[in-house]
Design a protein around this ligand. Structure first.
Ligand code: FEO
Length: 417
């Protein structure tokens, strides 16, 4: 039995009698979008659907891989047959070959989401492509084939959508359910173990938008699914619903079940060199946990890696940081955690900062600036104490914790909840 290996040819690959993969392999890629690592490259998956009344192309590829895309397309269709081009997502890794495709198939109409209209012009510097905007429930027909659209914004950009081939239960999912993993055997039942890549991709691309993931799952879970065809990584034809379930698990909070109904979760992180900021932290914690309706927790940053704290913060309503000032700055463990919060949604969470200092005491203000940058609300000015806190200053710290907790329980539910 021959093993599928698309690295040896430039033919389209059948997913079914009417659907073909016409994408490209990029095995040498190691960094995607500056921040994402990949140990074995990626694929730019594009697809072609042949109906009784014409052909649809679904997404294209990165510009440098256009030759491979056109060769595969030409192996399964003629340009004059193309009636529809669906762009599920306009990021250049999927629209790089579009200008040339439109030159070769000028009769084709684009089907994009409403949010994609502006991007179409901004990214491709063209107004003249004929396009239709579509919403969830809209569909387009190729005679005996119907593509129905699902609006799935922010997965990965505001423009993103999915297209569902109704007659064959195939979901063309864009970046959703994708991953950066290049294997020339293409299908999830043939490729190497890509689980780590699937999880990594979710963590960096989808996790900051998990509310949107859950909304998208409301649309996707009711579908009959025989194949999920994403724009990156393996085509999911073996147990595709497992990947949908995994997205549901990853986008569902675990901590929420442990905090009481109506209770707010408040996390206090600190680090201390001579014990002064630690004393302040203990007093802030005591003040906060005495407040009704608040579940307060206290953590020494010296005692953990960053990742588990990011998980906790994702589910928390409020975070407070305590840091000494050393050389005019907050200390590295604080920055390590604050800089890791870009992968979660912190908008609307409540924040505050405190710390002991010797000379200038910049750390508190710097932490507050970072929290504002993360779109957090800061109800109280930060609290600073020079060197060793006095009894009175520890009472101030206790009041600070208490007032912060009261502000938290007084607020409306945050957008990040
Ligand atoms: Fe694969 Fe968000 O582009």
């Amino acid at each position: 039995m021959s093993v599928l290996d698309v690295s040896h040819n430039r033919d389209g690959v059948a997913l079914s009698e009417r659907v073909f993969w016409i994408g490209a392999l990029d095995p040498a890629l190691r960094t995607f979008d500056i921040i994402l690592k990949t140990a074995n490259g990626t694929t730019y998956n594009a697809y072609l659907v042949r109906g009784s009344d014409g052909v649809a192309v679904i997404d294209t590829v990165k510009e440098q891989f256009a030759d491979e895309f056109f060769a595969r397309l030409e192996s399964v269709a003629r340009y004059e047959e193309i009636k529809i081009i669906v762009l599920n997502h306009l990021e250049p890794d999927h629209t790089g070959a579009l200008p040339e495709l439109m030159r070769r198939a000028p009769q084709a109409r684009l089907y994009i989401s409403q949010k994609a209209q502006v991007m179409l012009k901004a990214l491709l510097k063209r107004d003249s492509y004929p396009f239709e905007t579509v919403l969830t429930g809209d569909s387009v027909s190729l005679g005996d084939c119907t593509l129905r659209f699902l609006h799935t914004p922010y997965l990965h950009w505001p423009d993103t959508q999915c297209a569902y081939f109704e007659q064959e239960n195939i979901l063309f999912s864009g970046d959703v359910f994708g991953c950066h993993f290049c294997d020339s055997r293409l299908f999830n039942d043939l490729v190497g173990d890509f689980r780590f890549s699937f999880e990594y991709y979710y963590a960096h691309i989808m996790r900051p938008f998990k509310e949107h993931v859950r909304r998208a799952l409301e649309l996707i879970e009711p579908l009959e699914l025989d194949i999920i065809a994403p724009t990156h990584g393996p085509i999911l034809r073996d147990r595709p619903r497992d990947y949908v379930r995994r997205f549901r698990e990853l986008s569902t909070s675990r901590l929420r079940n442990e905090v009481g109904e109506g209770e707010k979760s408040l996390l206090i992180f600190y680090i201390s060199s001579y014990g002064n900021t630690a004393r302040m932290a203990q007093a802030v914690y005591e003040g906060a946990r005495a407040a009704a309706g608040v579940r307060a927790s206290l953590y020494d940053l010296e005692g953990s890696e960053v990742a588990p704290f990011v998980d906790l913060i994702e589910d928390a309503d409020a975070i407070v940081f305590g840091s000494p000032t050393i050389n005019g700055d907050a200390v590295k463990p604080v920055w390590d955690l604050l800089s890791s919060l870009a992968v979660i949604n912190t908008r609307g969470k409540m924040g505050a900062a405190f710390g002991s200092y010797g000379w200038s005491g910049e750390a508190v203000r710097m932490i507050e600036d970072r929290m504002r940058g993360l779109k957090m609300q800061l109800p109280l000015p930060g609290l600073r104490v020079k060197l060793i806190p006095t009894h009175e200053e520890l009472i101030q710290c206790r009041d600070f914790g208490s007032q912060f907790a009261q502000a938290l329980t007084a607020e409306e539910p945050s957008a990040a909840a």
